[in-house]
Design a protein around this ligand. Structure first.
Ligand code: NDP
Length: 322
C-alpha cells in the first residue's frame, strides 16, 4: 500500500512500507552508467526534484560521485534520516567472509555511516577478474545461506537498515526463505510493460516482499525503447504526460517502487512528477497487454558459458521459469 509521506514542490511524495517498518520512497534515482555525472544528477534529484531515494551499486563504479552528491545535498539542508540510499553486493564478493568488507568499502566510497538497503546484486558468484562472457572456472559455487547470514549480521549491527536481493527467481527465493531469519525486505527486478514479470511480482506480494522495478523505461541504451512505443506515446498524449511519466506511473500502480535513471536535469525532474494523477484502468490494462515480453537484462554476457557451464543458457540462469 502506498502512503503519502512528505511534500516537495507542492506534490505528494509517496512511499511504500517495508516489512521492517521502514518506508521506501516510491520513486528513486537510478545511477547505472552515470559515471562522473552522477554527482550532478544526485544533487539535481535531491535538491531540485524532491527525490529522497538513490539507487547505486559498487559495480556501477560511481559510488564516490553518488556520495559527493548526497554530501552536497546535505550541505543544502537535507537530513540523512530523510534519505533512502540503496547499494548492492557484487558477484565477486558473494562469499561469507567478503560480505562485511565489501559493505565497509561501499560505506567509505559513499561517505555514509549506514545504508537504508543492501541488496545481493545477482545470485551468481564470479571469480575476481572473470571475463565477459565467463571462461571455464569464472562462475563459482554460491553459498547462499552463508552469505545471507552475513547480510543479516550487517542488519543486526545497524550498518544497513534493510537487506534484500535482485534478479532472483521463485526457486531461489523459496530456497532463501527456507533458512532466512530476516526475510528480504526488497526484491529488485527488471519490470516495465515489455517485461511485466508477473510471476515474481505475485510471489513477492504473497510473501510481503516489496518489489522495486529496475530499468522502468526499458533501459534505452542497448535495451528496449519503450519511450517511443506507439501505445505508450498515445496514452501519454491523452493524459497530457510524457512517455517517461506514464512508464514510471505504471510501475507505481502495480505497487512497486521505481528507479528511473537520467542525467538530464529536465528528465530527472519530470520522472518524479507522478503523484497527483492516475493512469485510467483501461489504459493501464492496455499497457498490461503488450504481448512481446522479453527481458533486457538477461545476464547472458556476464554469467553464461555455453560450452563449460555451470549456466549454459539464459534459461539456466532463470531456473527455466519464464
Ligand atoms: P531506465 O529504464 O531507467 O532508462 C534510462 C534511460 O532512459 C537513459 O538512457 C536515460 O537517458 C533515458 N531517460 C530517462 N528519463 C527519460 C525520459 N523521461 N524520457 C526519455 N528518456 C529518458 O534504465 P536503467 O537500466 O538505467 O535502469 C534504472 C536503474 O535501475 C539503474 O540506473 C540502476 O540504478 C537500476 N538497475 C539495477 C539492476 C540490477 O541488477 N539490480 C540492473 C539494471 C538497472 P538520459 O540519462 O539522457 O535522460
Amino acid at each position: 500500500m502506498a502512503h503519502a509521506t512528505f511534500t516537495s514542490e507542492g506534490q505528494n511524495m509517496e512511499s511504500f512500507r517495508l516489512l521492517s517498518g521502514h518506508k521506501i520512497p516510491a520513486v528513486g534515482l537510478g545511477t547505472w552508467r552515470s559515471g562522473s555525472q552522477a554527482t550532478h544528477a544526485v544533487v539535481t534529484a535531491l535538491v531540485e526534484g524532491g527525490y529522497r531515494h538513490i539507487d547505486t551499486a559498487w559495480e556501477y563504479g560511481d559510488q564516490r560521485e553518488v556520495g559527493q552528491g548526497i554530501k552536497r545535498a546535505m550541505h543544502a539542508g537535507l537530513e540523512r534520516r530523510d534519505l533512502f540510499v540503496t547499494s548492492k553486493l557484487w558477484c565477486t564478493e558473494l562469499s561469507p567472509e567478503r560480505v562485511r568488507p565489501a559493505l565497509q568499502n561501499t560505506l567509505k566510497e559513499l561517505q555514509l555511516e549506514y545504508l537504508d538497503l543492501y541488496l545481493i546484486h545477482w545470485p551468481f558468484r564470479l571469480r575476481e577478474g572473470a571475463s565477459k562472457p565467463p571462461k571455464a572456472g569464472d562462475v563459482l559455487d554460491f553459498d547462499m545461506e552463508g552469505v545471507w547470514r552475513e547480510m543479516e549480521n550487517l542488519a543486526k549491527d545497524n550498518l544497513v537498515r534493510n537487506i534484500g536481493v535482485c534478479n532472483f527467481t521463485v526457486t531461489k527465493l523459496n530456497k532463501l526463505l527456507g533458512f532466512a531469519e530476516l526475510i528480504p525486505a526488497v526484491c529488485q527486478m527488471e519490470m516495465h510493460p515489455g517485461w511485466r514479470n508477473d510471476t515474481m511480482l505475485e510471489f513477492c506480494k504473497k510473501n510481503e516482499i516489496h518489489v522495486t522495478a529496475y530499468s522502468p523505461l526499458g533501459s534505452q541504451e542497448g535495451g528496449r525503447d519503450l519511450i517511443h512505443d506507439q501505445m505508450v506515446d498515445r496514452i501519454a498524449k491523452k493524459l497530457n504526460k510524457t512517455p517517461g511519466q506514464v512508464l514510471v506511473k505504471w510501475g507505481l500502480q502495480r505497487g512497486t517502487s521505481v528507479i528511473p535513471k537520467s542525467l538530464n536535469p529536465e528528465r530527472i525532474k519530470e520522472n518524479i512528477k507522478v503523484f497527483d494523477w492516475v493512469i485510467p484502468e483501461q489504459d493501464f490494462q492496455a499497457l498490461n497487454s503488450i504481448t512481446d515480453q522479453k527481458r533486457v537484462m538477461d545476464g547472458e554476457d556476464i554469467f553464461v558459458n555455453k560450452t563449460e557451464g555451470p549456466f549454459r543458457s539464459v534459461a539456466d540462469l532463470w531456473d527455466h521459469e519464464d
